[in-house]
Write a protein that binds this ligand. Sequence first.
Ligand SMILES: *Cc1c(COP(=O)(O)O)cnc(C)c1O
Length: 400
Amino acid sequence: MNVPFLDLRAQYASIHNEISAALRQVFDSAAFAGGPFVERFEKEFASFCRCKFAVGVSSGTAALWMALLALGVRPGDEVITVPNTFIATCEAISFCGAKPVFVDIDETTYNMDPDLLEGAITPKTKGIIPVHLYGQMADMDRIMKIARAHRLFVIEDACQAHGAEYKGGRARPARLRLGASRSGEAIRRDESPRREQSRTVGSIGDVGCFSFYPGKNLGAYGEAGAIVTNSEELAEKMRMFRDHGQVKKYYHSIIGWNARMDGFQGAVLSVKLKHLAEWNEARRRNAQLYDTLLADTDGVITPVEADYARHIYHIYAIRSESRDALISTLSQRGIGCGIHYPLPIHLQDAYKFLGYGKGSLPVAERCAEQLVSLPMFPELGPEQIQRVCREIRSFLGVKV
Ligand SMILES: *Cc1c(COP(=O)(O)O)cnc(C)c1O
C-alpha cells in the first residue's frame, strides 16, 4: 500500500458532479475573467472568514503584494516577517521596493515569536506579516498589541490556514440538559462552560491573504487567491488595483495591474468552500490519529496545537534529527513526504544581499534541518496513517 503525500484526485472524485455543473454555468454565461462567479465566491468567502469584504485575485502572491501596496508600503520601508515561510511572503515585500526584516520563530508552534518583535522594529518599519504556518495561527493578540503600540499594520499570511481559528475555537461538546422555561415548556439549555468567542483567520489583522493554489486546504483547479478585510477603503483600493486601477471601464484613476481571479476558479471555489469545514475536520481527525500512534516515540516530535489555536493541519510536520534518512527510507517504502521548507528565506541565494548569515536565526535554521511533512489530506485513510507510523517506528528502532 503506497501512501502519497497528497492526492488531489481523491477529492475531485467525491465532488466531480458538482464541479462539472458549476463549470458548465461558467461556459454558458461566458463570465471568464472576474464577473458574477467571482463576486458570489467573494461574498461567501467574506462570510466564511467573518470579514466584511473579500477580493478575489489571481494568486496568494498577488494577494500579499496588493495588500502591501494598499497599505502604502514604499521603497525604503521595512516589513517584519519570519524566515520559515514560502518565499512569496518576502517576494511581495521586495516587489514593493521594501526590505524584509526577519524575526525568529517559536520552537513549539513554528510561528513568529512575539517576544522578538520589538527588537526588530526601526523607524522604517511599516508593518508585520505573521505567517500562520501549517494551518495554525500565530499568537495574534500579542502581535496585534505590539503592532498597535507602534502604529504598524498587520497582514496575516493565511495562505496555509483557511478556516483556522484563534481562541475559543476548541469547542468542547456542548452539555445540553433539559430545563424548564417560564411557561413550563421544556427547553434545551447549553450549560457548557462559557468560552470567549473564537476569531477566524484573516479577520484579526488589517488584511488577511489567502492562496487557493491547488494543494491548499481550499484549492482552486488552477491559480487563485483572495484578500479579506473589514476596511472598505482597503477593499476598494485592492479591487481597483487588481483590475488596472479602473473604477469604470477604460478610466484609470491609479496605476494598477491585472490580478483578477478567473470565473472558473470562482465557480470551483464556491463548490469547494461548502465542503471545507468537513475537510478540515477530517484533517484534524487524521492529525489526532498520527498524534496517538506517534505518542511516546523517542526520536520524533509531533506538532503541538497551541492552547489558543484551532489547527487545521494544512501540513502535519514532525521533527527528527535523522530527517533525511527518514525521508529516504519512507520514500523507498512508497510513502511520500515533503519538507516545508528545506532552506529558510534568509539563507536563500535570492536574499543573501540582506546580509543575514548562518546562525542568525537559529530556531528557524534548526527546524529547517529537522522538519518532515507526512502525508496529509482529508481523504487519507486510517490504515494509511497506521502504515506510515509503523514505518517511522521501525526506522527509529522503536517497537512496532
Ligand atoms: C502558498 C503560499 C503563498 C503563495 O500563494 P500562491 O497562490 O502560490 O501565489 C504565500 N505564502 C504562503 C505561506 C504559502 O503557503
